[in-house]
Design a protein around this ligand. Sequence first.
Ligand SMILES: NC(=O)c1ccc[n+]([C@@H]2O[C@H](COP(=O)([O-])OP(=O)(O)OC[C@H]3O[C@@H](n4cnc5c(N)ncnc54)[C@H](OP(=O)(O)O)[C@@H]3O)[C@@H](O)[C@H]2O)c1
Length: 325
Amino acid sequence: MVAAVRVHKTGGPEVLTYEDIDIPAPGPGQVRLRQRAAGVNFVDTYFRAGMYPSPVGMPFVSGNEGAGEVIAVGPGVTDLKVGDRVGYVVPLGAYAAERLLPAERAVKLPAGISYEQAAAAMLKGMTVCYLVRRTFPVKKGDTILVHAAAGGIGLIASQWANALGATVIGTVGTKEKAELARANGCHHTILYRDEDFVARVKEITKGALCDVVYDGVGKTTFPASLDCIRPLGMFVSFGSASGPIEAFNINLLQFKGSLFATRPTLNHYGAKREDLLALADETFAMVAGGKVKIPINQTYPLKDAAKAHRDLESRATTGASILLT
Ligand SMILES: NC(=O)c1ccc[n+]([C@@H]2O[C@H](COP(=O)([O-])OP(=O)(O)OC[C@H]3O[C@@H](n4cnc5c(N)ncnc54)[C@H](OP(=O)(O)O)[C@@H]3O)[C@@H](O)[C@H]2O)c1
């Protein structure tokens, strides 16, 4: 039996149940991991609340990102062995002391990447990688807007885009978060709970607006985000921290400047093994080269997963949160 955090019935953070579960021996193509750390992500709250259906039915072990050591290898697994250090992103199963993992989703960790860093970089770092390098490849001279710039994704995105030579504008909820975002690559910050962020973007860019807006906030920043984008620029809606965006008339994109809009997810950008490994390599290289630091600002024991969710959903966190498994 191993410790895990399961959801038997969807709902608020109180449905996260700390209990012992059985893990069978690894089947064909699987490895068994002794986990060291699991990332805490907004997507974990979507599954917990039932906004995303569980692909494995009920009950399910929460968590979508983690890292640990291979302790057993199933039939047919040739490229992993006991003792290998790996990280991963897969739907569910991460909030546990041990787990089974499809070997083809495991990424070997370079020596310089700790389990804790990997538990925050596999989902958040690789997401930023595809957002700034694939969805809208940010280049020197671009001006970008990152919503929730002091969050898990936000602090990594701000650093990475800054390293690419962009002018980075970040929205944040508090003055303390503004300071942190500026220390992590934002050139300008906007207190979007108090200030009109569209007016401030116009002022900061002297009317030129942004080449791209990265929006993981969703409901409360839409459609105002579209008014921050120059004609032919791109709206990247990658999350719903404040709730999902309502259906809208596509003609809106014409009136706002022949804009491009996309709603991407890491599941597709990293679906093929070669793409997954390319995203991981690029992310690890940014971290190893010191251009991107993975800011782990909250660490909890596994049994406190409900507190971790409460803190994340109440906007009390900055950077990444992890559970020590
Ligand atoms: N599509 C993908 O591939 C992908 C992958 C990973 C994450 N995501 C998305 O990226 C976003 C950020 O994820 P994260 O895990 O790094 O979280 P996070 O940014 O650390 O936390 C969310 C932040 O959103 C802001 N926010 C604004 N309105 C909010 C509200 N009503 N309730 C809660 N927070 C609110 C808060 O910052 P302020 O206080 O500064 O406003 C909060 O700290 C999420 O939407 C997530 O779903 C998408």
